[in-house]
Design a protein around this ligand. Structure first.
Ligand SMILES: Cc1ncc(COP(=O)(O)O)c(C=O)c1O
Length: 450
């Protein structure tokens, strides 16, 4: 086994890390993870850390879970990969059938891919081609939410545009109409408290105005349902998602729900849109689908959408889209094993139970001076740190307060990641209460040191 120093040196020499200020990275001594064990990550010096960010929001049952490991090994004994272009594949078929029993029941077709961004990209293309196939090719624009995030491919960046991340590519992105995110805490620019229902109605009203003006050209509205994760765990006011669904119906546009972060139990329902009994026309999933083991994503569509893609080849209705590893058998086998564990441990109900305990734990943190707001839905938590609590004044971004706190928390054997100055707690859904408490204790201690 190479030494930690050798691994670090090679990393710094050759690697380019995602979403990483590389100059800073080169100056730091990164942890090198070599193993996982249950809820913990183990580094090259043998130190153990609780995985408080679920290895970027995807781990569900922990690491090295015997049942998922075995399912992958069993699949490996059969085949690691075969293409879905022109051939069918057993694990992809079985997984599709299983998923159909848990997704909203108006969805009846699944298109596989391998990342959240591709799942979103596929939804956008399906939406546009759906209208094209219906002879309504002019309906080719989208409504997205300000602050939304759908991934880093060009289409995903277009609909989920984050200035800080995507500014250099703005010239490449297609035109999107943006409706405001119903962010209650920061809705009033002067920092005064806003009423959640008023924020909801005001935001829905602005979306209505866009639809009134442009519905003839709008293919779909795309939202992250209930929680906008990357924006800082912004939780939509009750009734907002159902309101968006109603607007889509009224103005004859499709609704795309991006459940990449919220799907697979994270918010206390298998899919977040269930909180408001909303049935999307297209739904994107990724991250938790394999229990956080292997790259797999899916875009679900209604039968109505699917039917418009049927016809003779020369009619041009075919969906010409695919990726080499679409429906990878190892990933599908992991996903099937993960779904077995969801059922075996009644995991979605477990999330609701743990979430209510976590809420109580977080009450110990909320009185701390630098805590502006704690936002929680299920096991998705954002703790927004501010310089001045009364005025909701943010810290100077150059101070990198969120990053500093997360670095300090590592000394307690806990790994979490910030979104700006919002600390994110996203534990694996199976994390025991004691481990959740350890994370909260570390967070509390380091915030109180600010
Ligand atoms: C809502 C949402 N959509 C899409 C993505 C992109 O997923 P991926 O990183 O797998 O491309 C993310 C990632 O965080 C996300 O939160």
């Amino acid at each position: 086994m190479p030494t930690t120093q050798t691994l670090r040196d090679l990393d710094k020499k050759y690697l380019w890390h995602p979403f990483t200020h590389m100059q800073q990275w080169l100056a730091d001594d990164p942890l090198v993870i070599i193993a996982g064990d249950g809820m913990e990550l183990i580094d090259s010096d043998g130190q153990r850390y609780l995985d408080g960010v679920s290895s970027l929001w995807c781990n569900v049952h922990g690491h090295r879970v015997a049942e998922i490991d075995q399912a992958i090994r069993d699949q490996l004994d059969k085949i690691a990969h075969s293409t879905m272009l022109g051939l069918a594949s057993q694990p992809a078929i079985e997984l599709a059938a299983r998923l159909m029993s848990i997704v909203p029941n108006n969805l009846s077709r699944i298109f596989y891919s391998d990342a959240g961004a591709t799942a979103a990209e596929i939804a956008f293309k399906l939406a546009v081609q759906y209208w094209h196939n219906r002879g309504r090719g002019e309906k080719n624009q989208f409504i997205g939410l300000t602050e939304a995030y759908h991934g880093d491919t060009t289409g995903s960046m277009s609909v989920g545009r984050t200035t800080a991340f995507h500014r250099p590519y703005f010239p490449l992105l297609f035109q999107v109409h943006f409706a405001p995110t119903p962010f209650v805490y920061r809705f009033n620019g002067d920092g005064s408290a806003a009423d959640a229902q008023q924020v909801r109605d005001a935001c829905l009203n602005q979306m209505r105005q866009i639809l009134q003006q442009h519905h003839q050209n709008i293919a779909a509205v795309c939202v992250e349902p209930i929680v906008q994760g990357a924006a800082g765990m912004i939780i939509q006011p009750t009734g907002y998602l159902a309101g968006v669904r109603a607007l889509c119906d009224e103005y004859d546009v499709l609704l795309i729900c991006d459940e990449v972060a919220t799907g697979f139990g994270r918010t206390g329902r298998m899919f977040a849109c269930e909180h408001e009994q909303v049935q999307p026309d297209l739904m994107c999933v990724a991250k938790g689908i394999t229990g956080g083991y292997l790259p797999l994503a899916a875009t679900f569509a209604t039968d109505e959408i699917f039917q418009t893609f049927l016809g003779q080849p020369e009619e041009g209705r075919t969906f010409y889209h695919g990726h080499t590893y679409t429906g990878n058998p190892l990933a599908c086998a992991a996903a099937l094993a993960s779904l077995d564990l969801f059922a075996k441990h009644d995991l979605v109900n477990q999330v609701q139970h743990k979430a209510s305990i976590l809420t109580k734990m977080l009450q110990e943190i909320s009185p701390l001076q630098p805590v502006g707001e704690i936002r929680q839905k299920g096991l998705m938590v954002g703790i927004e740190l501010v310089a001045d609590r009364a005025a909701k004044k943010p810290f100077d971004p150059r101070q990198r307060v969120g990053a500093q706190v997360c670095t300090a928390i590592r000394r307690h054997g806990v790994i979490i990641r910030p979104l700006g100055d919002t600390l994110v707690l996203m534990p694996p859904l199976a994390m025991p209460i004691d481990d959740l408490q350890r994370i909260v204790d570390a967070v509390k201690l380091e915030i109180s040191r600010l």
